[in-house]
Design a protein around this ligand. Sequence first.
Ligand code: UDX
Length: 446
Amino acid sequence: MALKITVIGTGYLGATHAAAMAELGFEVLGLDVVPEKIALLESGRTPMYEPGLEELLRRHVAGIEGSSGRLRFTTDWAEIAEFGDVHFVCVNTPQKQGEYACDMSYVDSAMESLAKHLHRPALVVGKSTVPVGSAERLAARIAELAPAGGEVELAWNPEFLREGFAVEDTLHPDRIVVGVRSERAEKLLREVYAAPVAEGTPFVVTDFPTAELVKTAANSFLATKISFINAMAEVCEAAYGDVVKLAEAIGYDERIGSKFLRAGIGFGGGCLPKDIRAFMARAGELGADQALTFLREIDSINMRRRGQMVEMARDAVGGSFLGKRVAVLGATFKPDSDDVRDSPALNVAGQIHLQGGQVTVYDPKGMENAKRLFPTLGYAESAAEAVKGAHVVLHLTEWREFRELDPAGLGGVVAERMLLDGRNALDAARWREAGWTFRAMGRPAA
Ligand code: UDX
């Protein structure tokens, strides 16, 4: 009989994983402790913007016309425990307030609530990004709490999905990593992932600590690559070099690779910044803090770029923001997402506002979230409205919509044709031809 799957936590990771499991043909039951979230998902909608996810939900959520009916949701722990052979725990691990370490309380409480109801054999699979050593600790806790005792096992299966590509990354991952302690656990996970593995996705079997570390190591490497190129941008700025050409040229070396070498205002979001900090905190607890001191530098290069964008903007408006209108294009931490968590764009906008600039922000999808987080900034309904009367326009999130803007048309409504590209994603020549002064991070002024 086909395995029955549950997914606990229906945020980015959980909602996508649940829909993807239904797409692979499994019967899936999703749980969230927030009833409003469940109600939304049951109508085939999501609380966040993620391309392709609502379509996938509507294909499978029970009760929606024409759906496979394989995906249902509940808030009931007993129902989840009774239903599933394999339980994926997908709750988040945010950064603790005022600390580097991550907050494990959601994972701990989800694992405990589930374990208490497990009267039958089951595999519990952690997917959240956690400090190394958590799986070992949680396995002991589950063994203590589960009525089915030794029939319940834990495995760790980190998730590498990117926002904006969550569906694609979940259905066609680069690799599947499982930390297991028995052949039975490995066999069950091979069954779950049979389809992507048949397509050629590598399936890496390892122990708990390695599985946990793969995730934090991968995110640390990505963060390092971005901060490396941003450090090169700083040197280019001092030496009148061009970081975009430099990145292109080093990227042709296959050992380096061209991806994640886009210089600009740096990385943000709900993962990279908090994951490298939590990794440092955990290494400290393990007495291995020296191994990760470089991550502190990665973090500070990243934060410094935001400040440098503010300085570039201040210089562009003559040394002070007082009485100046600043248009900010982009609020989300990256395009194709409505996520503004630790967004470099909003951070820059906020700093300029604090320094007395009159900031107007426009973002294709992130407006609601931005307004909630930064209610004192000005907002516009379109790029054209945002730039009206602006003394400087800042391009801070590289949405396609911004690449397609008409420089000549916008030139007619601004106070000054001054554009700063904080993402190195716009075509400088097009803007300059339309009479704009165009500057980008890590590139010489024309
Ligand atoms: C990241 C990891 O990529 C993913 O594997 C992991 O599971 C979760 O964390 P995500 O947070 O969705 O995914 O965003 P990602 O695409 O990695 O971008 C992170 C940040 O880096 C964004 O703010 C982006 O603008 C920035 N970035 C990315 C750069 O500044 N330069 C680049 O070259 C690439």
